[in-house]
Design a protein around this ligand. Sequence first.
Ligand SMILES: N[C@@H](CCC(=O)N[C@@H](CS)C(=O)NCC(=O)O)C(=O)O
Length: 343
Amino acid sequence: MSQHFRTRRAMQGALALATLAALAGAARADVLDDVKARGVLKCGVTLSAPGFSAEDNNGKRTGFDVDLCKAIGAAALGDENKIQMQPMDLKTSFAALPAGGVDVLTHRFTWTQSRDIGGLKFPKIMFFDGQGFAVTVKSRANKISDLNNATVCTAQGSTSELIVADYFRAHKLKYKIVTFASQELAWDAFIAKRCDAAINDRSGLAARLAKLPNRDEFKVLAETVSNEPIGPIVAQGQPRWEALVLFTLNALVAAEEMGVNQGNVDAMLKSDKPEVQRLLGISGDFGTKMGVGNDYAYKAIKAVGNFGEIWDRNVGPQTPLRLERGHNALVANGGLMMSVPVR
Ligand SMILES: N[C@@H](CCC(=O)N[C@@H](CS)C(=O)NCC(=O)O)C(=O)O
């Protein structure tokens, strides 16, 4: 066995033990019980990505990620206002889950193998995205190969770090990556021209471009360099909580599939369709089996509407982000979004 291998293995072992010890030390009791006893749901959200999680002119935080937090609050506590949002960056978010600082991250984080086996669970993909590069129009870069020798800005610990390394190496392009403590800081550096390009989820780039007064001076290159399956995150080892988060998110998608929305959900309580009756808790006992009321999905839909309504309100074609549904359309409409059967 080479010295190198021994050292590396020893290091990995020590790291794994340290992670386990940290998780065990910080192990939480039942998160659903915690949330109910506290009477407040704590969600970790992005610092500032308009359309996803940002403060409006009245200092009220709104967006797609905020709506997912409200839906979970409505399902768990019967009231979407019993939530507390904690804006946090990539570095602090993941540690906050096992430590109990937050109950769920309704963030813009990608489901990856290392995060999953590292103790984070992604109950449902709520946003199919991919990463791209933003550049200045002035740079005359039209495709990624024009970025040879470029300096690229991104956030520490983001999926982008590996994506840039893999992509540029595979295409024999030279690059310099500069990482920041948050995506917010990375973007500011790009805007200040400290780097030639910024890489992020295409939705994240759209969000940050939407708030620029001089947005016409920037563009996003057409190539998408990765798949980014994004969704809320819970700590591992919390099966009740994971199920409630999963089936609350699932209900938002199922509602769109069934034609149930925020405006008609009360009328739909009288629907004679068995699937609608099960979704809204008129029949069955899915809610009580998960530790909440049978009307958990009704409460969530009443609070924020179905998945399509959440999309349209926050990031859709009529908003500054102008995002088409694309992969996020229902399977019935040619997209990838579908619910787990409510039966
Ligand atoms: N999807 C990527 C990137 C996530 C990301 O950059 N999210 C943006 C929001 S669009 C952000 O601001 N994250 C918090 C931060 O970096 O401070 C990942 O999971 O690593």
